[in-house]
Ligand binder design. Structure first.
Ligand code: HEM
Ligand code: HEM
Length: 250
């Protein structure tokens, strides 16, 4: 994240310049200045989209674990419906946990934008100013969007409280619930049974794990609204940046 309205524009970062164009009418027009900065490295982009697939599977299968479909007739082991739903949940859950550890490691080794997801620099004056500017833009109190290279401060805060903390909780509580099925001798039980210190038995872990799903669903709805809105009306690219890695500025 850089200062409000102040984009880091160094020759190494620039993909294209914006020269003046001579149009057919003989007049010189300034072509809409557009240049790009490489922001999201490939592991970040791969993590983002794989994580998205895991979350979609986890929300659907988790919802069905909490509110099961009507019982099918016949032997349960013949159709194995809940078995497949729970298997999908556990497979996606453990994939998400491994991907999350990978994302933490990449925050250490990646560029400065890779670290933003886990940091909240509220102690920086320009970050706080950027937050206020971005809020004004979201609340339609400003008619021009501020420009940021990495995440804007409001997105950074919502990602931290709406995704990073809930995701850590979902992984720990999910593994604690899973460990219960594995038995007390299992390494996962030894690793996650500290969760029982904070909760009144596994039933209450179930309840909070379930509530966590709705926190993440609220985050995803806000996130999609902001990503599509900013893609269309702000002065910088958004969704294409999470695909190619390059942020384009108008
Ligand atoms: C965004 C991530 C996740 C979401 C939205 C989610 C959602 C849910 C929901 C809604 C339930 C049903 C709770 C209930 O009403 O009793 C559930 C159960 C469960 N989840 Fe997750 N979960 C997530 C991540 C994980 C992870 C990372 C694991 C680890 C493997 C996991 C393992 C479990 C287990 C073991 C159960 C209990 C299954 C059972 O009792 O049959 N979950 N999950
Ligand atoms: C389950 C669904 C999703 C989750 C949990 C999610 C989560 C996240 C997270 C945690 C980041 C921060 C990435 C980082 O710094 O490492 C992010 C960034 C981003 N996501 Fe998603 N995402 C989801 C779906 C989507 C979808 C469907 C789109 C687009 C159609 C999208 C567009 C973006 C964009 C454009 C950014 C970069 C925003 C910026 O530069 O400030 N996301 N997302």
């Amino acid at each position: 994240m850089t200062d409000v309205g102040q984009i880091q524009d160094t020759p190494q970062h620039r993909k294209s310049a914006a020269p003046l164009d001579l149009f057919a009418d003989g007049e010189q027009h300034e072509r809409e200045a557009q240049f790009a900065i490489y922001v999201y490295q490939s592991p970040i982009r791969a993590w983002h989209w794989l994580n998205m697939f895991c979350i979609i599977i986890l929300c659907f299968s988790g919802y069905l674990i909490g509110s099961p479909l009507p019982t099918l007739s016949g032997e349960a082991s013949d159709h194995y419906m809940m078995g497949y739903i729970r298997f999908a949940h556990f497979a996606a859950g453990q994939t998400m946990a491994v991907l999350f550890i990978g994302r933490i490691l990449f925050a250490i080794t990646g560029n400065k934008y890779a670290k933003e997801l886990f940091s909240l620099p509220v102690y920086k004056k320009n970050w706080r100013e950027g937050f206020v500017e971005q809020m004004k833009w979201y609340l339609f109190a400003n008619n021009q969007a501020p420009q940021f290279v990495g995440h804007n401060p409001v997105a950074q805060m919502i990602m931290f409280f709406g995704f990073v903390l809930p995701a850590i909780f979902m992984i720990l509580s999910g593994l604690a619930l899973y460990a219960e099925g594995q038995g007390m001798g299992h390494w996962m039980y030894a690793f996650t049974n500290f969760m029982l210190l904070f909760f009144d038995g596994t039933l209450s872990i179930h309840v909070y794990h379930h509530l966590g799903m709705w926190v993440i669903i609220c985050f995803v709805m806000l996130h999609l609204y902001a990503a599509f809105r900013e893609e269309i009306v702000s002065r910088q690219s958004m969704i294409s940046t999470m695909i190619s890695g390059w942020r384009m500025f108008k």
